[in-house]
Design a binder for this molecule. Structure first.
Ligand code: GRF
Length: 209
Protein backbone atom coordinates (compact mmCIF):
# COMPACT_ATOMS: atom_id res chain seq x y z
CA UNK A 1 0.00 0.00 0.00
CA UNK A 2 1.39 3.43 -0.90
CA UNK A 3 1.76 6.03 1.82
CA UNK A 4 -1.08 8.10 0.43
CA UNK A 5 -3.45 5.15 0.50
CA UNK A 6 -2.68 4.44 4.13
CA UNK A 7 -3.05 8.05 5.27
CA UNK A 8 -6.35 8.99 6.85
CA UNK A 9 -8.35 11.34 4.66
CA UNK A 10 -9.15 14.51 6.56
CA UNK A 11 -11.53 17.38 5.83
CA UNK A 12 -10.96 20.67 7.62
CA UNK A 13 -13.89 23.01 8.29
CA UNK A 14 -13.26 26.70 8.86
CA UNK A 15 -15.18 29.96 9.11
CA UNK A 16 -12.38 32.52 9.10
CA UNK A 17 -8.70 33.15 8.57
CA UNK A 18 -7.67 29.50 8.84
CA UNK A 19 -4.35 29.76 10.68
CA UNK A 20 -4.93 26.40 12.39
CA UNK A 21 -5.80 24.87 9.04
CA UNK A 22 -2.48 26.15 7.67
CA UNK A 23 -0.62 24.57 10.59
CA UNK A 24 -2.30 21.24 9.74
CA UNK A 25 -1.45 21.57 6.05
CA UNK A 26 2.17 22.28 6.97
CA UNK A 27 2.31 19.28 9.31
CA UNK A 28 0.77 17.00 6.69
CA UNK A 29 3.73 17.70 4.40
CA UNK A 30 5.88 15.48 6.60
CA UNK A 31 6.42 12.10 4.98
CA UNK A 32 5.44 10.17 8.07
CA UNK A 33 2.32 12.20 8.86
CA UNK A 34 -0.58 9.73 9.06
CA UNK A 35 -3.20 12.10 7.59
CA UNK A 36 -3.73 13.92 4.31
CA UNK A 37 -5.98 16.96 3.99
CA UNK A 38 -8.35 16.14 1.15
CA UNK A 39 -10.52 19.24 1.33
CA UNK A 40 -11.26 22.43 3.22
CA UNK A 41 -14.85 23.58 3.61
CA UNK A 42 -16.47 26.68 5.03
CA UNK A 43 -19.91 27.90 5.98
CA UNK A 44 -18.75 31.35 4.92
CA UNK A 45 -17.94 31.76 1.23
CA UNK A 46 -15.76 34.79 2.08
CA UNK A 47 -13.60 33.00 4.68
CA UNK A 48 -10.01 34.10 4.08
CA UNK A 49 -8.76 30.61 4.82
CA UNK A 50 -10.42 29.21 1.68
CA UNK A 51 -8.01 31.15 -0.52
CA UNK A 52 -5.09 30.02 1.62
CA UNK A 53 -6.21 26.42 1.07
CA UNK A 54 -6.59 26.92 -2.68
CA UNK A 55 -3.13 28.50 -2.81
CA UNK A 56 -1.84 25.31 -1.21
CA UNK A 57 -3.53 23.25 -3.92
CA UNK A 58 -6.28 21.85 -1.69
CA UNK A 59 -9.85 21.36 -2.94
CA UNK A 60 -12.34 23.67 -1.24
CA UNK A 61 -16.08 24.03 -0.95
CA UNK A 62 -18.34 26.54 0.72
CA UNK A 63 -21.92 26.18 1.88
CA UNK A 64 -23.40 29.48 2.94
CA UNK A 65 -25.37 28.59 6.06
CA UNK A 66 -27.54 31.69 5.59
CA UNK A 67 -29.14 30.06 2.57
CA UNK A 68 -30.71 27.46 4.87
CA UNK A 69 -32.37 29.86 7.31
CA UNK A 70 -33.15 28.11 10.57
CA UNK A 71 -33.00 24.64 9.04
CA UNK A 72 -29.68 23.52 10.53
CA UNK A 73 -30.16 19.93 9.46
CA UNK A 74 -30.68 20.85 5.80
CA UNK A 75 -27.33 22.68 5.94
CA UNK A 76 -25.71 19.73 7.68
CA UNK A 77 -27.10 17.16 5.25
CA UNK A 78 -25.37 19.02 2.42
CA UNK A 79 -22.23 19.39 4.49
CA UNK A 80 -22.29 15.66 5.17
CA UNK A 81 -22.65 14.96 1.43
CA UNK A 82 -19.67 17.18 0.59
CA UNK A 83 -17.54 15.41 3.18
CA UNK A 84 -18.54 11.98 1.93
CA UNK A 85 -17.93 13.00 -1.68
CA UNK A 86 -14.41 14.06 -0.67
CA UNK A 87 -13.88 10.67 0.94
CA UNK A 88 -13.26 12.21 4.36
CA UNK A 89 -12.67 9.75 7.18
CA UNK A 90 -12.02 12.39 9.83
CA UNK A 91 -13.40 15.91 10.15
CA UNK A 92 -11.36 18.59 11.84
CA UNK A 93 -13.02 21.81 12.99
CA UNK A 94 -10.60 24.72 12.91
CA UNK A 95 -12.41 27.90 13.84
CA UNK A 96 -15.69 26.57 12.43
CA UNK A 97 -18.23 28.90 14.03
CA UNK A 98 -21.40 26.90 13.53
CA UNK A 99 -23.08 24.83 16.20
CA UNK A 100 -23.55 21.29 14.96
CA UNK A 101 -26.72 19.33 15.75
CA UNK A 102 -26.74 15.83 17.27
CA UNK A 103 -27.75 14.58 13.81
CA UNK A 104 -24.36 15.58 12.37
CA UNK A 105 -22.31 14.86 15.47
CA UNK A 106 -23.69 11.32 15.69
CA UNK A 107 -22.88 10.64 12.06
CA UNK A 108 -19.26 11.58 12.74
CA UNK A 109 -19.08 10.04 16.20
CA UNK A 110 -15.41 9.73 17.29
CA UNK A 111 -14.35 11.04 13.86
CA UNK A 112 -14.94 14.73 14.54
CA UNK A 113 -12.46 16.88 16.46
CA UNK A 114 -12.30 20.53 17.46
CA UNK A 115 -9.87 23.02 18.92
CA UNK A 116 -11.06 25.33 21.65
CA UNK A 117 -9.03 28.33 22.87
CA UNK A 118 -9.13 27.53 26.60
CA UNK A 119 -8.15 24.76 28.98
CA UNK A 120 -11.43 22.85 29.04
CA UNK A 121 -13.50 22.23 31.06
CA UNK A 122 -12.73 25.86 32.01
CA UNK A 123 -14.21 28.53 29.76
CA UNK A 124 -16.35 26.73 27.20
CA UNK A 125 -18.10 29.06 24.74
CA UNK A 126 -16.98 32.41 23.37
CA UNK A 127 -14.62 35.22 24.51
CA UNK A 128 -12.39 32.78 26.34
CA UNK A 129 -9.36 35.06 26.67
CA UNK A 130 -11.27 37.97 28.21
CA UNK A 131 -13.06 35.58 30.53
CA UNK A 132 -9.80 33.94 31.60
CA UNK A 133 -8.35 37.35 32.48
CA UNK A 134 -11.49 38.31 34.36
CA UNK A 135 -11.38 35.07 36.35
CA UNK A 136 -7.76 35.77 37.29
CA UNK A 137 -6.36 32.42 36.17
CA UNK A 138 -2.56 32.20 35.96
CA UNK A 139 -2.59 29.45 33.35
CA UNK A 140 -4.61 29.52 30.16
CA UNK A 141 -4.34 27.60 26.91
CA UNK A 142 -6.04 25.49 24.29
CA UNK A 143 -7.71 22.09 24.05
CA UNK A 144 -8.21 19.62 21.22
CA UNK A 145 -11.17 17.35 21.87
CA UNK A 146 -13.62 14.99 20.25
CA UNK A 147 -16.91 16.71 19.49
CA UNK A 148 -20.01 15.47 21.24
CA UNK A 149 -23.57 16.79 21.09
CA UNK A 150 -22.88 19.21 23.95
CA UNK A 151 -20.73 22.20 22.97
CA UNK A 152 -17.04 22.18 24.04
CA UNK A 153 -17.47 18.94 25.94
CA UNK A 154 -15.91 15.70 24.77
CA UNK A 155 -12.91 13.46 25.38
CA UNK A 156 -9.75 15.56 25.54
CA UNK A 157 -7.03 14.66 23.06
CA UNK A 158 -4.41 17.33 23.77
CA UNK A 159 -3.91 20.51 25.73
CA UNK A 160 -1.26 23.19 25.79
CA UNK A 161 -0.88 25.99 28.31
CA UNK A 162 0.55 29.48 28.51
CA UNK A 163 1.33 31.52 31.62
CA UNK A 164 -0.85 34.60 31.97
CA UNK A 165 1.26 37.77 32.30
CA UNK A 166 0.35 40.70 34.48
CA UNK A 167 0.28 43.03 31.49
CA UNK A 168 -1.80 40.75 29.25
CA UNK A 169 -4.98 41.86 27.57
CA UNK A 170 -7.29 39.52 25.68
CA UNK A 171 -5.39 40.17 22.46
CA UNK A 172 -1.86 39.50 23.71
CA UNK A 173 -3.01 36.44 25.64
CA UNK A 174 -4.99 35.16 22.63
CA UNK A 175 -1.96 35.59 20.38
CA UNK A 176 0.16 33.35 22.63
CA UNK A 177 -2.63 30.80 22.92
CA UNK A 178 -2.89 30.73 19.12
CA UNK A 179 0.79 29.79 18.89
CA UNK A 180 0.09 26.89 21.22
CA UNK A 181 -2.91 25.88 19.10
CA UNK A 182 -0.64 25.65 16.07
CA UNK A 183 1.56 23.20 17.97
CA UNK A 184 -1.02 20.96 19.61
CA UNK A 185 -3.48 20.60 16.73
CA UNK A 186 -1.03 18.84 14.41
CA UNK A 187 0.14 16.66 17.33
CA UNK A 188 -3.43 15.71 18.18
CA UNK A 189 -4.29 14.95 14.56
CA UNK A 190 -1.19 12.81 14.28
CA UNK A 191 -2.35 10.71 17.22
CA UNK A 192 -5.96 10.35 16.08
CA UNK A 193 -5.09 9.63 12.45
CA UNK A 194 -2.57 7.00 13.53
CA UNK A 195 -5.33 5.14 15.35
CA UNK A 196 -2.91 4.41 18.22
CA UNK A 197 -5.22 5.55 21.00
CA UNK A 198 -8.27 4.48 22.94
CA UNK A 199 -11.08 6.42 24.53
CA UNK A 200 -11.80 5.69 28.18
CA UNK A 201 -14.64 7.93 29.34
CA UNK A 202 -13.35 11.48 28.96
CA UNK A 203 -9.77 10.29 28.62
CA UNK A 204 -7.99 9.69 25.34
CA UNK A 205 -5.09 7.37 26.00
CA UNK A 206 -2.19 6.80 23.65
CA UNK A 207 -2.01 3.06 23.18
CA UNK A 208 1.34 2.89 21.37
CA UNK A 209 1.56 2.08 17.68
C1 GRF B 1 -8.94 29.61 17.09
O1 GRF B 1 -8.61 30.38 18.20
C2 GRF B 1 -9.69 28.38 17.52
O2 GRF B 1 -9.30 27.88 18.75
C3 GRF B 1 -11.10 28.89 17.61
O3 GRF B 1 -11.23 29.78 16.53
C4 GRF B 1 -9.95 30.32 16.21
C5 GRF B 1 -9.72 30.05 14.76
O4 GRF B 1 -8.56 30.67 14.28
N1 GRF B 1 -12.04 27.78 17.60
P1 GRF B 1 -7.98 30.30 12.84
O5 GRF B 1 -9.12 30.53 11.84
O6 GRF B 1 -7.54 28.88 12.87
O7 GRF B 1 -6.87 31.25 12.61
Amino acid sequence: MSLNQSRKKVAVLISGRGSNMVSLLEAAKAEDFPAQIVCVGSNRPDAAGLQRARDAGIATFSLDHKRYGKDREAFERELHEELEAAGAELVVLAGFMRLLTPWFVNRWHNRLINIHPALLPAFPGLDTHARALEAGVKLHGATVHFVTAEMDVGPIIAQGSVAVRDDDDAQTLGARVLQVEHQIYPQALRLIASGAYKIDGMRVLASGS
